[in-house]
Design a protein around this ligand. Structure first.
Ligand code: ADP
Ligand code: 5GP
Length: 186
């Protein structure tokens, strides 16, 4: 079974950026490709950034028990396919997922490392979402609304990293992952 690391935190906080840099430092870390019903953003490819599914296909997979976790986020379905975890053998796999999914994994895989990435301030989060330039104003407002609740849940997590200076956040995550991996080997 793969060694699972859950990275969560509000949209725009920098999860994807931090994970990309982590993987440059520790190439053995794999990324689970999630399934979603949302539309691809420009440049996103099916089977690379996500498995893009219709709502009916997604629901069929839920009924088949194909998901290790799944949740509705800002009107769309997102989920981690069990097959993605099985595909990694006994490797290290990062799940970049939202809060409800992180809670499900906490129940089903209590040994998985869970890290909450927090912004230095709510205003910074808004600036990053706007600055990323991938979402409409309406989508940004929706995501910020969800973020207010997600931020309240950070005390559920024993590991919280504030992504202020990017390099510092990656250093902190790298330390956590290395410690976790050493524990797995000992
Ligand atoms: P998420 O995956 O959490 O939705 P992204 O990784 O897409 O977030 O980051 C959102 C935006 O914020 C991107 O434009 C990214 O370049 C920027 N960003 C990420 N981390 C930092 C940081 N520490 N300082 C400034 N900008 C950042
Ligand atoms: P985005 O649409 O910006 O790619 O992702 C929106 C939110 O869905 C992010 O918080 C992201 O972490 C989360 N997400 C992506 N994949 C999954 C998944 O497989 N399961 C869950 N629960 N959330 C996911």
């Amino acid at each position: 079974m793969a060694h699972v690391i859950v990275i969560t935190g509000p949209s725009g906080v920098g999860k994807g950026t931090v994970i990309r840099l982590l993987r440059e430092r520790i190439p053995a870390v794999r990324l689970s490709i999630s399934a979603t019903t949302r539309d691809p953003r420009p440049g996103e490819r099916d089977g690379v950034e996500y498995h893009f599914l219709t709502e009916s296909r997604f629901n069929q997979l839920i009924a088949e028990g194909a998901f290790a976790e799944h949740a509705r986020y800002a009107g769309q379905l997102y989920g981690t396919l069990r097959s993605e975890l099985e595909r990694q053998g006994d490797g290290v796999v990062v799940l970049e997922i939202e809060l409800q999914g992180a809670r499900q994994i906490r129940e089903s895989m209590p040994d998985a490392l869970q890290v909450f990435i927090a912004p230095p301030s709510f205003e910074t989060l808004r600036e990053r979402l706007v600055g990323r330039g991938t979402d409409s104003q309406q989508t940004i407002d929706e995501r910020l609304e969800v973020a207010r609740n997600e931020l309240k849940a950070q005390n559920e997590f024993s590991e919280v990293i504030i992504n202020d200076r990017l390099g510092d956040a990656v250093d902190a995550l790298e330390r956590l992952v290395q410690t976790q991996l050493r524990g797995a080997v000992d």
